[in-house]
Design a protein around this ligand. Structure first.
Ligand SMILES: NC(=O)c1ccc[n+]([C@@H]2O[C@H](COP(=O)([O-])OP(=O)(O)OC[C@H]3O[C@@H](n4cnc5c(N)ncnc54)[C@H](O)[C@@H]3O)[C@@H](O)[C@H]2O)c1
Length: 379
């Protein structure tokens, strides 16, 4: 019998679960959100009550051992992503996990392989891939609107941390030397636009080069509430070459003035070009504009309704619009039972490998081949 309903547990009762994950699951009538787990039990209980989730606990084993739970959604802080994802995959659950699954691409690949071996589906929290404008653009690219892809430009930038008094977590991956800049913006912010680059360009990445800068030397650290030296990348710029004759640029920063979320993806090819902006401006969170070689003036396109979650519109706030689409898509993929699994952990491993190659290129100030970054442990 075809499964028609999905039973889900969420781990992590923080801000992002509150704003995006839980509303997304509850919007889909095919989903039963049955449990909320947080190491802070009181927080789990409060949020479960507010959202009407029947069970709250601080012990994830309760949901892992419950055979009726189909999906674990890992919306905790980054430290717990890998451990919880692996435990859930071992327990036979499909997994949605916030990015990154692991800072090391080889570990993310290991989780992807475990999912494949157990016949399970995975999904990374690549929020912006699920923006209706980005999904629509991908279909246009696949239909040949752009032709052969020449150039991709990706930006993910806003000014969330331009004020040093806004508390920020310390970089989770310290630099090899305290005088060197630790990776921060390109991993925390850049990952989703790197995901879109790979997805749209659809050709193996060969080599990368680029640089990172620390613009704001001292900041308020969230854990201590004190201001201290934080030598982290708060702005960066990269060039990528692909096997196809395509070149791409990526730029990420959280100290560049502009509104949220601050994504722009541009693709230019032999037939046409597409520019998608995911920036809240004039009450709208996304636009798609296209041009062709015979009509070079960019014009705005309206996005067909099939790209939206139920009741969704461009006037909705981006976290709920895009995240509801992500969850709808994951629910479709699991209940549909087919092979399709977009934005999965294997894609997450590719994105993480790209970030690892960027870091090496910046540290060694040279072009780095993706093949220099091992894909699997022990390689
Ligand atoms: N995809 C996106 O666009 C996007 C946007 C915002 C945040 N995020 C990501 O979402 C995640 C959560 O962010 P947040 O702002 O909600 O953080 P947060 O600190 O507000 O919440 C995290 C919660 O996880 C809980 N937790 C930690 N370890 C746990 C464990 N082992 N088991 C159960 N609960 C545990 C903490 O107690 C806390 O309540 C982060 O990884 C963040 O990077 C993604």
């Amino acid at each position: 019998m075809t499964q028609e309903q999905l039973t889900v547990a969420v781990a992590g009762a923080g801000r992002w679960a509150d704003r995006a994950h839980i509303p997304g699951w509850q919007r889909d009538p095919r989903v039963n959100l049955v449990a909320l787990v947080d190491t802070d039990r009181k927080l789990a209980e409060e949020m479960a009550q507010r959202f009407g989730i029947p069970h709250a606990t601080d012990d994830v084993r309760e949901v892992l051992e419950d055979a009726s739970v189909d999906v674990l959604d890992v919306a905790t802080g980054n430290d717990a992503h890998f451990e919880l994802s692996m435990a859930a995959l071992e327990a036979g659950k499909h997994v949605l996990c916030e990015k990154p699954v692991h800072h090391d691409a080889r570990e993310t690949r290991r989780a992807a392989d475990l999912a494949a071996a157990n016949g399970l589906k995975t999904k990374l929290g690549f929020t912006f891939r699920y923006a209706p404008a980005i999904q629509y653009a991908k279909d246009l690219i696949d239909e040949g609107f752009v032709g052969d892809v020449y150039v991709f430009n990706g930006y993910e930038q806003n000014s969330q941390w331009i004020d040093p008094a806004t508390p920020l977590r310390q970089a989770e991956q310290p630099a090899p030397d305290e005088n060197e800049i630790a990776v921060s913006s390109i991993e925390g912010y850049g990952a989703p636009i790197i995901d879109i680059m790979h997805w749209w360009v659809d050709s193996p990445l060969t080599e990368v080069v680029g640089t990172m800068r620390n613009f704001v030397p001292e900041r308020m650290v969230r854990a201590t509430g004190l201001r201290q030296r934080m030598n982290i990348d708060d702005g960066d710029m990269w060039i990528c070459e692909f096997e196809a004759p395509t070149i791409a640029s990526i730029q990420s920063s959280y100290v560049t003035v502009g509104n949220y979320p601050g994504i722009e993806a541009r693709i230019y090819g032999s037939e046409g070009a597409i520019i998608v902006r995911l920036v809240e401006e004039a009450g709208i969170c996304q636009t798609i504009r296209t041009a062709t070689k015979n009509s070079v003036e960019f014009v705005e396109r309206s996005i067909p309704e099939r790209y939206y979650p139920a009741g969704g519109s461009d006037r909705e706030e981006w976290p709920s619009l895009f995240y509801s689409n992500l969850i709808k898509d994951f629910t479709d993929e699991i209940l549909g039972g087919g092979e399709v699994n977009q934005g999965d952990f294997a894609q997450g491993a590719l994105v993480q490998r790209t970030i690892n190659a960027f870091e090496r290129a910046a540290r060694e100030r040279r072009w780095v081949a993706l093949s220099e970054v091992p894909e699997l442990a022990g390689v």
